[in-house]
Design a protein around this ligand. Structure first.
Ligand SMILES: [Zn+2]
Length: 334
């Protein structure tokens, strides 16, 4: 299907774009009343929360920000002792390179500190850009297969499970109104909280992989059919909604904590839109000042996003009718 081809760069690298948008919107809605002024920032921030997956196309250092694999540590390693300074942690505590183990918790921590400082100094554009990027990485940290070394089933002969679960299935079945964020609270120790959330994701990763094995048995080993996806959804929908609800709740908690730490500054009206450039490297998805071949390549990437999101929205509609069909076929409860 053409849409699937267009979506390839997106589906290989995180929740589908639609889920990142949903997390941002749900988090903004979930903010405490005293920070209600920030809720309208959901509009300009929602779409840019997809962008980090596109920055990966032009920035070779972007990838490790999207995952963290605690099951690469020895079983007796105390995750909570990790240093919140990334350089110190990788110099003194972690044997693997950042590329191998991932740096999502440190990335979110750095963005939170940046967001706090920009709110304090009244730079709301930068605060919003950090908040949107943070939404992406926090969403990824709540995706179980972003927190395990067996992230694509490559160690258990389940190649492709990553995008089947997080993208193809989630895009087709997740309903925004069924995402229930956990309450937004002030977080005393954000880095430890981030490590705990990663550990929660890691803990359910084996269940996701088991569900894939069971769903594969439903249709003679096929993983590209309706029976496979219906079974996978039946077995993992509770996990998906718990993880998405936690991601949205924790995101609103981090935004709220940044704002409180900044001294609860007055919140201005939201912007119309945010620039697409990376908050880390400045790479864009469609930088207008670059001409020639590079400009054309960037334009193609931008088209991928637009068509990707449009295709994803179409799949959501198809998926929800598929889901309703499955519900209708289900025998009534005794
Ligand atoms: Zn990602």
């Amino acid at each position: 299907m053409a849409t699937g081809v267009l979506l390839c760069p997106l589906i290989a690298s995180g929740w589908s774009g639609v889920q990142h948008v949903q997390i941002t919107r749900a988090a903004a809605r979930n903010l405490p009343n005293e920070m209600a002024g920030f809720r309208s920032f959901a509009r300009p921030m929602a779409f840019p929360s997809i962008f980090p997956d596109l920055w990966r196309l032009s920035d070779s250092t972007e990838g490790p920000r999207h995952y963290f694999e605690p099951d690469r540590f020895a079983p007796d390693f105390d995750l909570m002792q990790l240093n919140s300074n990334r350089l110190v942690a990788f110099d003194t505590q972690i044997l693997e390179s950042p590329d191998v183990i991932g740096i999502a918790p440190w990335t979110i921590m750095e963005l939170m500190e940046d967001m706090t400082e920009s709110m304090r100094t009244n730079d709301w554009m930068w605060a919003a850009r950090c908040g949107a990027a943070m939404s992406h990485y926090l969403g990824d940290l709540h995706m179980p297969l972003h927190c395990t070394r067996n992230y694509n089933g490559q160690e258990t002969g389940q190649h492709g499970v990553h995008s089947r679960f997080e993208s193809d299935m989630a895009k087709a079945f997740v309903q925004f109104d069924d995402i229930v964020p956990t309450p937004a609270v002030y977080i005393e120790a954000p880095f430890r909280a981030l490590l705990g959330w990663a550990a929660d994701s890691m803990a359910v990763a084996p269940e996701v992989l088991r569900a894939d094995v069971m769903a594969t048995r439903v249709d003679n080993g096929r993983t590209d059919t309706e029976p496979y996806y219906l079974k996978l959804w039946e077995l993992t929908s509770d996990i998906v909604y718990e993880r998405l609800g936690s991601a949205a709740g924790h995101l609103s908690s981090i935004w709220y904590t940044a704002w409180v730490n900044a001294g609860r500054p007055p919140i201005p009206d939201a912007f119309e839109e945010l620039p697409a450039y990376s908050v880390f490297s400045g790479v864009g998805i469609d930088p207008p000042e670059i001409d020639g071949q590079h400009r054309r390549q960037q334009k193609q990437k931008f088209d991928v996003i637009i068509w990707g999101v449009m295709g994803a929205l179409a799949l959501v509609v198809i998926g929800s009718s598929l889901y309703r069909g499955a519900q209708a076929r289900r025998p009534p409860a005794p």
